[in-house]
Each structure stands twice: as C-alpha cells, then as structure tokens.
Design a protein around this ligand. Sequence first.
Ligand code: COA
Length: 178
Amino acid sequence: MEIREAKDTDLRDVLLVEKEAFGYDKEANLVRNLLSDPSAHPLYSILAFENYKAIGHILFTSAYLEGLQNGASISLLAPLAVLPDFQKQGVGGKLIAHGLKLLTNADIDLVFVLGHPGYYPRYGFKPAGVQGFEAPYPIPEEHANAWMVQELRPGIIGPVSGIVRCANMLSKPEYWRE
Ligand SMILES: CC(C)(COP(=O)(O)OP(=O)(O)OC[C@H]1O[C@@H](n2cnc3c(N)ncnc32)[C@H](O)[C@@H]1OP(=O)(O)O)[C@@H](O)C(=O)NCCC(=O)NCCS
C-alpha cells in the first residue's frame, strides 16, 4: 500500500473514495468545499493506494481556539473514508498515523475529531470536552465522547483550553450532529 499527500490532479479519486465509503455525497461535497476554502489551510489531504487504485482518504484542516489564535496550532480530522472492500484491514489506522506524522512535522499541537468513540481511541484520541475543549457547535450530552482530541506536543493540554473554531465550510451545524 502507498500513502501520500493528494495532488490537485487526484481530486476525482478523492471524491470517489469519499462518496463510495459513505454511500452518499455529503462528505465528498464537504471535501471539495474545504479544499478551496482559504480558512481551511494549511490542510493535509492524504490518499492510500493499493495497486495504484485509491482506496482511502483522510483530510485534516486548520482550526484555532477562540481568543487564542496564536496560543496553539490546531488541526481537525474530517472526514476519514475507506472503500467498503478495503475496510477492517488497517487502512484507516495507517492514514491517521501518516497524517499525525505530517502534522507533528508541521508543528501542529492538537488534533480534534468528531467521530466514532469506539474507533478513534485506538489511534490515540481521547474525549475532548472533559479536557476543556468545546466543539464549534454544542455536542449533545449523550454523544459527548464523540468529540475527541489528541495532543501532538506533549503537555499542551492543560495550559490551553477553549472553544474550537474550524474552517468556514465546516462551520455549519449540519456537520456537528452525530
Ligand atoms: C470508519 C472507517 C474509516 C474505518 O476504516 P478501516 O480501514 O476499516 O479501519 P481500521 O482497519 O483502521 O480499523 C478497523 C477496526 O475499527 C473498527 N471500526 C470501524 N468502524 C467503526 C465504528 N464506526 N465504530 C467502532 N469501531 C469501528 C472495525 O470494527 C475494526 O475493528 P477490529 O480491528 O476489531 O476488527 C471505515 O469503516 C469507513 O470509511 N467507514 C465509512 C465512513 C465513515 O464512517 N468514516 C468515519 C467518519 S468518523
């Protein structure tokens, strides 16, 4: 399997993977919008290939803590998609790990995700709300554990906390309902 950052010419593959993994267009449209949203940059769009076929995609976009624009460098993971035929083979985990390495090299301090609380903790994410981080839109109490964070700079959690603000295209209530 090859994992590398997506190029402009990979857009068709990126959108196809998103659409087929989720079974509908919502995430593909979100990715398309985020790629051309200046407030989402710097972003990391990463593809996984098997025998030259794109089988997985992950996107990390820029975010910040309200009132603390220079307090910490933040990224948001959304979405992650693996083609149905290639799921449960570790592709998602490898995409996450590859992305976290790129983010660490880029001096990003914190990564957030709103996702399955049974999945992301396997890859180092922990509930964010109890650690003082609010999502861009309130997460209902029963889904509180779906809002998660991982620190890439050890010790950054504690000194910083607050409301996470994300890219304009992602800053819509429809993306924050689990
Ligand atoms: C979620 C998804 C990205 C996982 O990709 P993947 O390559 O299959 O993941 P991995 O191989 O790294 O991990 C597989 C493990 O995670 C588990 N898992 C997958 N989805 C899960 C979920 N929603 N909740 C809990 N566990 C989940 C699998 O059961 C498997 O467990 P096992 O190792 O005990 O068998 C993929 O299933 C997918 O694209 N789903 C559709 C789109 C989606 O829901 N994206 C996530 C948005 S938050």
